[in-house]
Design a protein around this ligand. Structure first.
Ligand code: TRP
Length: 456
């Protein structure tokens, strides 16, 4: 069995701290920005049910596998695969793919997170209050098209992320999540109370939770699966690294349930806040990525206390994004620390700096230049669109598949079962967990890929 991690790698100081950090990783733009708009595009209802099934049957088993692989080896992804599969194992490639995916995700995620800071600033100044719908829509277009502004907010966000990760596992990752996550939940509940008093509350909830399938397509089912992986932060070794800082007494299957449960709760609460506001103010739910940057501000501008509520919402978005970008940078950092023996400081500063440069083309995505208009004309999407598409639709599912296959087929059964059952009240679910990883996850991911390339 692998020896415990060298103390210089860092460790969680409490189980609650680990849970908050992992939930913080999972809860992000995926929950508050993307999930509501894809739910809107797919007509709500049945889409949500399919999404819940994907989280429970595909995402959660991988989440548990990642944390267990990290804890068993005391190493982040590449090192963990090497320790269990041999020094020359090709599975290490799955870890490398994860590091690359983290870089690509961060390079667009930080731009969207930067927009959220901009909207926080706008709403606290009351700059959107009383503007016409057209003017509010223009504001978003102008921000996305302004290379300096988009870049400046992105750089600020990356600097914040790098600073937290450089402070280490306990003082950076754990403490930040323990402070920010309760605030996030409180802000969300505050907005929920306000949304509950609106005439659109009933229609909003019926839209999200009612069983209707009118707008669901095969593509929507696949989107639900891709999003289930993304929202749980599985597939790129982030939770594997988080597991490597974990003690042996934690009940990992139970922790996995808690993390996935909290992530799902926050995604659904976000919808329960957004759609009533959207419906009350005559906006359409199916507006795509602009839903919270255009339609939501339009709705807020017509509400009493709208500027305040908008500020609350965008602060919430910034906090959610930050605890996620931290975990993305941690993937790269943990790799450099474990495999290249860099100090954490050096690893974060250099990788954070490099990713900031790589994010610049995404920050130019709304503009007229090559990375915006140019690529849109040639490839149908800006640099940001392409980075989001390649990472979430290809790299993350492929990484999740790799981790599932390694854990379920390559990992020694005795060790695997011992790790799963260690201090766990859910040890009896071992065979169910293993079968989902062995059969359902590979079949589902392969079906998604075949559909994506047009075979089925
Ligand atoms: N889960 C986060 C969200 O929903 C994003 C995220 C953080 C992520 N770490 C990840 C996605 C690792 C995939 C893999 O916003």
């Amino acid at each position: 069995m692998a020896p415990g991690p060298p103390s210089s790698r860092g460790a969680w100081h409490s189980r609650a701290g680990f849970l908050m950090a992992a939930a913080g990783s999972a809860v992000g733009l995926g929950n508050v920005w993307r999930f509501p708009y894809i739910t809107g595009e797919n007509g709500g209802g049945l889409f949500v049910v399919i999404y819940l099934a994907c989280v429970a049957l595909l995402g959660l088993p991988i989440l548990i596998a990642e944390v267990l692989l990290g804890r068993a080896t005391g190493l982040s992804a590449v090192g963990a695969f090497r320790r269990l599969g041999g020094p020359r194992t090709p599975w290490a490639g799955v870890g490398m793919l994860g590091v690359a995916a983290a870089v690509v995700i961060l390079s667009f995620y930080s731009v969207v997170a930067g927009w959220a800071i901009h909207y926080t600033a706008l709403s606290t100044r009351g700059a959107l209050a009383g503007l016409s719908a057209e003017r509010i829509a223009e504001t978003f277009g102008q921000l996305a098209a302004d290379p300096l502004l988009s870049t400046a907010w992105m750089v600020l966000f990356m600097a914040l992320t790098t600073w937290v990760v450089a402070r280490g596992v306990h003082r950076g990752l754990e403490r930040t999540a323990q402070v920010l996550m309760p605030i996030l939940l409180a802000l969300l509940l505050l907005l929920l109370v306000r949304a509950a008093g609106l005439p659109g509350f009933g229609p909003g909830l019926r839209f999200v939770f009612g069983l209707h399938a009118d707008e669901l397509t095969a593509g929507g089912v696949l989107e639900a699966l891709g999003h289930a992986f993304f929202t749980l932060s599985v597939g790129i070794g982030g939770l594997l690294a988080y597991g490597s800082y974990l003690d042996r007494e934690t009940d990992v299957p139970k922790a996995g349930l808690a993390i996935a449960g909290l992530d799902t709760l926050i995604a659904l609460l976000s919808c329960a806040v957004l759609f009533p506001i959207i419906f009350t103010h005559g906006q359409e739910p199916s507006q795509g990525p602009g839903l919270i940057f255009v339609n939501l501000p339009i709705a807020f501008s017509g509400m009493a206390g709208g500027s305040f509520l908008a500020a609350v919402f965008f602060v919430l978005l910034v906090l959610a994004a930050l605890t996620s970008t931290i975990s993305l940078l941690e993937v790269v950092t943990a790799y450099l620390v474990d495999q290249r023996r860099w100090t954490r400081r050096r690893a974060t500063l250099l990788s954070g700096g490099a990713i900031t440069l790589l994010a610049v083309p995404s920050a130019l995505a709304g503009g007229p230049g090559f990375f915006g208009e140019g690529l849109r004309a040639r490839l149908g999407g800006s640099w940001l669109d392409l980075a989001a598409d390649i990472s979430s639709n290809w790299m993350v599912p492929l990484g999740g598949l790799g981790i599932a296959l390694f854990a379920a087929w390559r990992w020694n059964d005795l060790d695997r079962q011992r790790e799963f059952g260690r201090s766990s009240r859910l040890a009896g679910l071992y065979l169910i967990w293993l079968s989902l990883l062995r059969w359902l996850v590979p079949v589902a991911v392969v079906v998604v890929f075949l559909h994506a390339v047009g075979v089925i």
